[in-house]
Design a protein around this ligand. Structure first.
Ligand code: ATP
Ligand code: MG
Ligand code: FE
Length: 341
């Protein structure tokens, strides 16, 4: 079974061919980071325009690298949401046009299901499984008892982890995207500042990062007023220590409560060195397998969309020709919806 995956939810135009939901045949990603850098973040209008310019080439290249034609694939899977609506529309329309022209089954995929399924390109899932999704727009703990079904145990009440990284980076005058830069600075700094940890209610698996972000801003502001110099490295290390501690402890607590066999980490912030080593440290002592994907599968790509699409395909889900971009698609609803043939 070969699935062509297409992803355009944010600032990466991507297409990939995946065999049996597990094996990457080709995986092409055209990043727009350079175009958005000077604005300090993703500009939706610019993102849409780039997707329109890139989408045909990217799909052609994914097919070429796989030495396949659209005729050879079994289905076309595309990110239908969540994401930027103008960006999503480009991928959805490209997928619909191709599927209609070649009369191929069409599959709508939830972007976060994709981030989770990126891990299956490395290793088979074992249920129950806990996924920590940490990306630019999401921070969630998700329980999976079977393929294609998702139970959201907790999520952020304000900023996503990646968003907090990017905002703090901006106040430190670091270029976009700030996550990787803070991560790097943190390696050479000391966590000397005791920033707050938002545990929220006992037993809550929700997250909150806006208080931490404000605390960083206030600390910088107060230091400036007093004429003190704070080292960026130490700010980065202290901020990262707070984020990582909360993510690690809540993940560990949920893994124990639900007796999961695997814990998988997904999304761009899964690339974070501090988070990776903290999770490795605590799960060493647990009877749980920790899976963290290689860096190129953490950030947006289309192989993960094809991998999630493969499950939807096997479960008989089919999108109609009325498939539309849904910027606020719900993950639990996505997992529970009936097939449409
Ligand atoms: P979503 O998947 O929620 O729609 P997105 O697709 O924009 O959002 P991703 O591409 O998965 O998010 O991840 C991008 C985010 O990951 C950015 O916020 C970026 O700063 C962050 N990030 C990337 N590498 C690191 C790192 N090493 N440490 C911390 N954050 C990182
Ligand atoms: Mg991105
Ligand atoms: Fe993403």
């Amino acid at each position: 079974q070969y699935i062509l995956g297409i992803e355009t939810s944010c600032d990466e135009t991507a297409a990939a061919i995946v065999k049996n939901g597990k094996e990457i045949i080709s995986n092409v990603v055209a990043s727009q980071i350079e175009s958005h850098k000077r604005f300090g973040g993703v500009v939706p209008e610019i993102a849409s325009r780039h997707h329109v310019e890139q989408i045909t080439f990217v799909i052609e290249q994914a097919l070429e690298e796989a030495q396949m034609k659209v005729e050879d694939v079994d289905a076309i899977a595309v990110t239908e949401g969540p994401g930027l609506v103008g960006a999503l529309l480009v991928g959805v329309n490209a997928a619909k046009a191709l599927a209609f022209a070649k009369q191929k089954p069409l599959l709508g995929v939830h972007h976060i299901a994709g981030h989770i399924y990126a891990n299956r390109l490395e290793k088979e899932f074992e249920f129950p499984l806990l996924a920590l999704v940490v990306s630019g727009g999401h921070t969630e703990l998700i329980l999976m008892k079977e393929h294609g079904h998702f139970e959201v145990l907790g999520e952020t009440r304000d900023d996503a982890a990646g968003e907090a990284y990017d905002k703090v980076a901006r106040t430190l005058n670091l270029p976009y995207p700030g996550g990787p830069m803070i991560d790097k600075l943190a390696q050479s700094g000391e966590a000397t500042i005791d920033f707050p940890r938002a545990w929220l209610e006992e037993d809550s698996y929700d997250f909150s990062f806006s208080g931490l972000k404000s605390a960083v801003l206030n600390t910088l502001h107060n230091a400036k007023q007093r004429g003190e110099e704070l080292k960026s490295e130490d700010i980065a290390a202290s901020f990262q220590a707070s984020v990582v501690e909360v993510l690690t402890k809540k993940t560990l607590q949920a893994a124990r409560e639900f007796h999961v066999k695997q814990v998988i980490v997904a999304g761009g912030v899964a690339a974070n060195k501090g988070l990776r080593s903290s999770l490795e440290e605590v799960f060493k002592g647990e009877d749980v397998e920790l899976m963290i994907p290689p860096l190129h599968l953490c950030t947006d790509n289309a192989a993960m969309i094809a991998a999630a699409g493969s499950i939807a395909f096997d479960q008989g889900h089919r999108a109609g020709w009325d498939l539309n971009a849904n910027p606020s698609l719900d993950l639990e609803l996505y997992g529970s919806r009936k097939s449409k043939v």
